[in-house]
Design a protein around this ligand. Structure first.
Ligand SMILES: [Fe+2]
Ligand SMILES: [Fe+2]
Length: 314
């Protein structure tokens, strides 16, 4: 198909990218760009939707009305992020029902981080602090991503993610000012979530096959390793202020590099979790499939109502 595209149309796309302007839904774009963009947006949308589950499990067990209200708002925000993103994917010609099927049939991935269990209420705080913190590092550069609808959705999403991070940190600060048992609960949650949070940035640069093309198309602005380093450098002083220890004996400031050095990530675990073998993968997908089945009658009723209205108009 690309062979039949007139040279000036292709040039217009290249120039849009070079000038840091946005590609819009009606513009011509290479098939590869469209496919990459749909895949990235869909995976991002799935992550937001699946990401509601680990914390959603604590809504009924939040220790106070205030904590429950905050957590409810946060989980609802994640649903909203999923909806903006599915809409952005639709502007590229993707079908939302098809994307959902790909997710529940295990044909499309979502962030590995949501396949770990939330064992205590401290996990809610640590997810806000570390997981939403890592999401911010990943997503702030995406506000300048070359695809217009995605970049614009990301601006609003990032504002909400910073609220999520603050609420997590504030929750942890409160717990760290509490009893010894509460402090131990926070430390335990940090121990379990630290390494999976570092994995959120994806495989190391030398093992990230799609990165170079995504950087050339300005879908991505920084490499996985650059963003991971930025996250570590941002988080270390926050951990100190909180009074928790990050579970990495190799973590130390390197004055020559002007960055923190850190230990090796267990990429075997990452690959296992991302390909379906994490502790919660089966449960997360089963839950999502159930929600889809339970909602089928709503979709059918909405479609029937729309058809009836169309009939009445004609
Ligand atoms: Fe989100
Ligand atoms: Fe969030």
């Amino acid at each position: 198909m690309t062979a039949t595209v007139p040279a000036d149309v292709e040039r217009a796309f290249t120039e849009t990218i070079e000038r840091d302007q946005r590609v819009e839904p009606r513009d011509w774009m290479p098939d590869g760009y469209r496919k990459t963009m749909i895949r990235q947006i869909a995976q991002h949308a799935h992550s937001e939707i699946i990401g509601m589950q680990p914390e959603g499990a604590w809504i009924t067990r939040a220790p106070s009305l205030r904590r429950k209200a905050i957590l409810l708002a946060k989980v609802q925000d994640e649903a909203g992020h999923g909806l903006y993103l599915y809409s952005a994917a639709e502007t590229l010609g993707a079908d939302r029902g098809d994307l959902t099927r790909r997710l529940i049939e295990g044909r499309q991935k979502y962030s590995s981080i949501f396949n770990y269990p939330t064992l205590t209420f401290a996990d809610v705080g640590v997810i806000g602090w570390l997981v939403d913190g890592a999401a911010i590092c990943n997503q702030v550069p995406l506000c300048r991503s070359s695809y217009g609808p995605y970049a614009r959705a990301m601006i609003r999403i990032c504002k909400e993610e910073s609220f999520h991070q603050r609420q997590g940190y504030e929750l942890l600060m409160t717990m760290m000012g509490g009893t010894g048992a509460q402090r131990a609960m926070v430390q335990d949650a940090v121990d379990r979530w630290w390494w999976p949070s570092l994995m959120m940035f994806g495989p190391p640069d030398h093992d990230s096959p799609n990165s170079a093309q995504s950087m050339a198309w300005k879908i991505k602005r920084h490499s996985n390793d650059e963003l991971r380093q930025r996250f570590v450098d941002m988080t270390v002083p926050q951990a100190e202020a909180l009074g928790v220890t990050l579970p990495d004996p190799a973590l130390r400031w390197n004055s020559e590099r002007g960055h923190h050095d850190f230990g090796d990530i267990d990429w075997v675990e990452f690959k296992k979790v991302i390909s379906g073998g994490g502790p919660m993968n089966a449960e997360r997908i089963a839950h999502r499939r159930r929600a889809d089945e339970d909602g089928a009658w709503v979709r059918e009723a909405a479609a029937a109502h729309a058809a009836k209205k169309r009939g009445a108009r004609s």
